[in-house]
Design a protein around this ligand. Structure first.
Ligand SMILES: NC(=O)c1ccc[n+]([C@@H]2O[C@H](COP(=O)([O-])OP(=O)(O)OC[C@H]3O[C@@H](n4cnc5c(N)ncnc54)[C@H](O)[C@@H]3O)[C@@H](O)[C@H]2O)c1
Length: 277
């Protein structure tokens, strides 16, 4: 993809934070933008604001954890953009500071439902058309540094984000002979509203037990949190450059080295013998 002028982009989680910054920058760069969020009135207002500024924009309320709602989204986008979608930003995500032992089943379903299934639903709905069109296209999946490095209070989130990374790396291989690229956005701390995501927790994932959260956001010794606009700018540069992954904090380097060294040390130098019973 050589630029955003004239393309149609779908951005999930566009009401706040990184998604809002992605949608705003894409509109400013000449893309027609479908701003998708469970906060429906926020994305409708946002689309109205972008349209008033001269962009083409549509706001759609959609819970990305619901396959049926993403199918409805697909129909709305097809009607609005007969030329299809060229950039799919699977960005909606939620976080809850729970250890695996204190999480409820609904915590797991919510975090994996939005972060992982939301990404899968976007791919199911839009990717076949993107590939079939033969036009240049791109999938930008927002994971996290927690998709590469474990963190003490993020079992649920890391389960989802590691899966998004595995899915994206594989997708990149599968699509190598097509005109559709794949990039993972793997931010470290960003100043956003993710701490308020319990406000948009669908009722079907409501906690069945009330107990205090575990640790607050764990600390990797990160540099200062980035602004969403900076992260969106890095992400869109990365899309145009066809990067595999975009990190936002140098601290990830040594943490990745440490993780890979630990895993690498477990690889046997010759096929391990298995003692016969
Ligand atoms: N903020 C950080 O420090 C950070 C770090 C790494 C990765 N991320 C990832 O960045 C992405 C964007 O998060 P953010 O930090 O901008 O948070 P945010 O809360 O500011 O924005 C997330 C948006 O997703 C929407 N959303 C939540 N549940 C939804 C659902 N079921 N369906 C549709 N939309 C839904 C929210 O309404 C919100 O507008 C997420 O995938 C998050 O995991 C964030």
């Amino acid at each position: 993809m050589s630029g955003f002028e004239g393309i149609t982009a779908v951005v999930t989680g566009a009401a706040r934070g990184i998604g809002r910054a992605l949608a705003t920058r894409l509109a400013a760069a000449g893309a027609a933008v479908v701003a998708v969020d469970i906060r429906g009135s926020d994305v409708e207002r946002m689309a109205a604001r972008l349209s008033a500024g001269g962009a083409r924009a549509l706001g759609v309320r959609c819970d990305v954890s619901s396959r049926a709602e993403v199918a409805d989204l697909g129909r709305a986008v097809a009607a609005w953009s007969p030329g299809g979608v060229q950039l799919l930003c699977n960005n909606a995500g939620v976080f809850t500071p729970r250890h695996a032992v204190t999480a409820t089943h609904e915590d797991w379903e919510w975090v994996l439902g939005v972060c992982l299934w939301g990404t899968i639903h976007g791919i199911e709905e839009f990717l076949p058309g993107m590939v079939a069109s033969g036009r240049p296209g791109h999938v930008l999946n927002t994971a996290s540094m927690n998709g590469y490095i474990p963190n003490r209070n993020s079992a649920l989130y890391s389960a989802a984000k590691y899966a998004v990374v595995g899915l994206s790396e594989t997708l990149r291989l599968e699509l190598a002979s097509t005109r559709v690229g794949v990039t993972v956005l793997a931010p470290s701390a960003v100043h956003t509203d993710i701490g308020t995501c319990e406000d948009v927790r669908p009722a079907r994932f409501a906690r069945t037990r009330e107990d205090p959260p575990d640790d607050p956001f764990a600390d990797h010794g990160l540099a200062a949190a980035r602004q969403p606009g900076e992260v969106a700018a890095l992400a869109l540069e990365g899309v145009l450059a066809g990067r595999e992954v975009i990190f936002t904090d140098p601290v990830v380097g040594p943490l990745l080295d440490e993780r890979h060294a630990r895993v690498r040390a477990a690889v046997p130098t010759s096929p391990p013998g298995i003692s016969p019973r």
